[in-house]
Design a protein around this ligand. Structure first.
Ligand code: SF4
Length: 330
């Protein structure tokens, strides 16, 4: 499929997430000529390399409107019964759309499902962005390091984005009434540059986290095929050491070690167009066949021909990562 013809829906999923259970995704930038709409180009990004980094919300093309999101959620509510979260995430950095706060207000008028925003933290230095985020029930915000050079190496932000502003913005968000703030500390190792799991990195990150004072810290590593093939996951033993060090600093009830593997029942979802639903899911995050089956609550004999068809149309490709075969959108 040529990039120019890429189409997707604003609401997708539900996705089975290691952190949020069964989550209905909201993608708030829909630019058909761009694979992902972000101001970072993280080495661990599951969406592959970015073509053009967006410099600021004012430059974002294809921002969806509040009424499109609310109508989309209203429509899904008729066909789905058991979601744990409505989550702003997908193929973009959601805070690049400045209407997110209004969208959250609109969703609250028609739904009592908790709302989460997953952000790369790049824009939390802006007051308007913090005000939008504070309306959510939960904000999951990325922070990979307390050092500027490591932040630049791993997140590869658009020019002008600096760690100090991110840290100050997260500390200010943490003081605001409203959302619960969870910091997602993603640990990676690479053959090409120093990762962020060394003792030096961990002790600096602890200092910064003590300053930000979030409600929760999540410790995790990559599990899906990353943008950079030189990148690899931190082994489970080291991840557990980091989590237990964090336990000692922040208290056990504030630290969540997120390991691979989710076991949940199937979704109760009435399907309208299963092929589109499968493609929409894979477009937002590479999935194994088993993950698609569980997320959408469909049978293997339904999914296999769809995967084959999407592969034949060059819309998806299989990618091996460790023991697993993931399907990734092209
Ligand atoms: S991981 Fe998220 S923040 Fe990083 S480049 Fe991908 S979409 Fe952007």
């Amino acid at each position: 499929m040529s990039v120019g013809k890429r189409k997707s829906r604003i609401i997708y999923g539900p996705i089975l997430s290691r952190r949020l259970g069964r989550s209905l995704g909201v993608d708030v930038i829909r630019n058909p000529s761009s694979r992902k709409n972000c101001n970072f180009d993280c080495v661990y990004c599951q969406l592959g390399p970015v073509t053009d980094k967006i410099q600021s919300p004012e430059d974002a093309v294809g921002c969806v409107t509040c009424s499109e999101v609310v109508e989309g959620i209203r429509h899904y509510h008729r066909s789905i019964e058991d979601i744990d979260y409505i989550t702003f995430s997908g193929t973009c950095e959601p805070t690049l759309n400045l209407w997110v706060g209004e969208m959250i207000d609109g969703i609250r008028d028609i739904s009592d499902v908790p709302i989460c925003v997953i952000t790369n933290s790049s824009l939390v230095g802006r007051k308007d962005v913090r005000q939008n985020l504070a309306k959510a029930d939960l904000v999951v915000a990325t922070l990979v390091s307390g050092y500027e050079d490591t932040f630049q190496n791993i997140n590869r932000p658009a020019s002008g984005i600096h760690l100090e502003e991110v840290i100050e913005g997260l500390a200010a968000l943490s003081l605001m009434d409203g959302c619960k703030l969870s910091i997602e500390a993603m640990f990676v190792e690479s053959n090409e540059f120093p990762g962020n799991s060394s003792d030096r990195e961990i002790s600096r990150l602890v200092e910064v986290l003590e300053y930000i004072d979030p409600d929760e810290v999540e410790v995790l590593t990559v599990t899906r095929p990353p943008a950079e093939s030189s990148l690899h996951a931190v082994d489970e033993k080291r991840l557990k050491e980091i989590a237990s060090y964090f336990d000692g600093k922040f208290g056990r009830n504030k630290v969540r070690l997120v390991l691979q593997g989710i076991k949940r029942g199937r979704s109760v979802l009435k399907h309208e167009n299963i092929e589109e639903e499968v493609y929409d899911l894979i477009l937002r995050r590479p999935c194994t066949a088993a993950q698609v089956l569980t997320s959408l609550g469909i049978e293997e004999n339904t999914l296999s021909p769809i995967l084959e068809k999407l592969e034949n149309k060059s819309k998806i490709e299989p990618v091996r990562e460790g023991r697993y075969c993931y399907y990734r959108a092209l």
